[in-house]
Ligand binder design. Structure first.
Ligand code: F3S
Length: 400
């Protein structure tokens, strides 16, 4: 691999042992993937920082880098962790877990990461078209590539961390035009209510299952920001789809169309998507979880508008968001109003990577295709998808 003089110097310890070790890893991975050079990145996003998923081995790994003097060299954000840093006791998180999680948090803050704890880093800093990134959260990766026209592979947690510590990634995979050519056109038979993020998530789930890793192209659909966020997260979860070209959405869609003269067509029937979304509950669920990916301020306001019609919720509603959004919502009094009717807003964490969920909820309704994919695996809960636009009616429904 070609390395600049600066990169050679970093490998030889110019910026210390931690940076040198991190760059070595990136070079090795890059070489294995055929990269000819590295590229500087303006934003790294590290995932895999919940103590529930990385355990003591992950904590030891982080500490060892910190001891070697690890410091981030670019703007660096972090994914949700295993608990709300303020509400962990209320969530029933054990003291032992909280201490270990706090050690992880302290280590990454000491390295210079922004304490964002959200899977929506694009709401903290918008990727520019064509910008190279090293992000390690599949839903965020898919949004960066699909919605913003950024360029990032789906990095594993440790590799995104190495990119944060060096400000670089390897030029391979989705950083290169030749690997961004659409592989399949998705043809949707029948009209699906894609303005509802739950249906968009169900579509993403089906597309991911059918493609398993391709690059789909979708013409002529109407999806707003929340629906695209839901679609991309689900397709990334069920099928590792890191980029979809969506007409009228993806900035380099026209370029993609020119590359895709004769690609395979994959049909998705309305029925396949509709049958994943339950408009009525056959039996009760223990909770409704919204905010996978993290709900932004506008989404929480729409949830509040629907729930505020209830005096008291019949089914508790949990909303996960970023601490950034949480503070804004708190300032305008929405957090307290939601709590008053039986809805809880949590920040820093998410139902998939926090231990409080499995301990409390055996059956969960979500509005997310990604949640539908992961909750049964990670929390062993029976999980169904319900329409986002009907959460008010479902949560307030009278018992028969
Ligand atoms: Fe975010 Fe957790 Fe869903 S990290 S995308 S809320 S699984």
């Amino acid at each position: 691999m070609y390395l600049t003089r600066e990169e050679e110097a970093i490998l030889n310890g110019k910026l210390g042992e931690a940076t040198a070790s991190a760059l070595k890893v990136i070079v090795k991975v890059g070489e294995a993937l055929g990269a000819e050079r590295l590229v500087e990145i303006p934003h790294a996003h590290a995932s895999g920082l919940s103590y529930m998923t990385i355990g003591d081995a992950g904590l030891t790994f982080l500490k060892s880098f910190l001891e070697k003097g690890a410091k981030v060299r670019t703007f660096s954000t972090v994914n949700p962790i295993g608990m709300d840093l303020e509400l962990w006791k209320i969530l029933g998180i054990s003291k032992e877990f909280a201490e270990k999680q706090s050690e992880i948090v302290n280590a990454i803050i000491e390295m210079g990461f922004e304490p964002t704890f959200t899977c929506t880093p694009y709401l903290i800093r918008k990727p520019a078209m064509g910008e190279h990134l090293a992000w390690g959260e599949s839903s965020a990766v898919a949004m960066a590539n699909t919605y913003y026209g950024g360029r990032t592979n789906r990095e594993g947690g440790p590799l995104a961390l190495m990119s944060a510590l060096t400000g670089r990634t390897y030029m391979a995979g989705l950083h290169l035009d030749e690997n961004r050519i659409p592989t399949h056109e998705i043809v949707i038979d029948g009209s699906i209510e894609l303005s509802d993020p739950a249906y968009a998530g169900a579509l993403g789930y089906v597309v991911g299952e059918k493609l398993r890793g391709g690059i789909p192209l979708i013409r002529n659909v109407r999806m707003g920001f929340d629906s695209i966020k839901s679609y991309t997260a689900a397709a990334a979860a069920s099928g590792d789809v890191a980029l979809t070209y969506i007409e009228g959405v993806t900035p380099d869609y026209e370029w993609a169309i020119r590359q895709a003269s004769s690609i395979e067509r994959v049909h998705v029937e309305k029925r396949e998507v509709a049958e994943l979304v339950k408009t009525k509950l056959d039996e009760d669920v223990d909770a409704i979880f919204i905010g996978c990916p993290h709900a932004d301020v506008d989404e929480v306001l729409s949830i509040y508008a629907m729930l505020s019609k209830c005096k008291k919720l019949r089914i508790p509603v949990w909303i996960s968001t970023s601490r950034n959004a949480y503070m804004k919502l708190k300032d305008i009094g929405v957090i307290e109003k939601l709590e008053a009717i039986g809805a809880f807003v949590i920040r820093d964490t998410c139902p998939v990577v926090s231990p409080f969920v499995e301990a409390r909820f055996k059956s969960i309704a979500v509005t997310s295709g990604k949640g539908f994919f992961y909750l049964p695996k990670m929390q062993k809960s029976r999980t169904i998808i319900i329409p986002f636009n009907r959460i008010g009616e479902i949560a307030c429904e009278k018992k028969k």
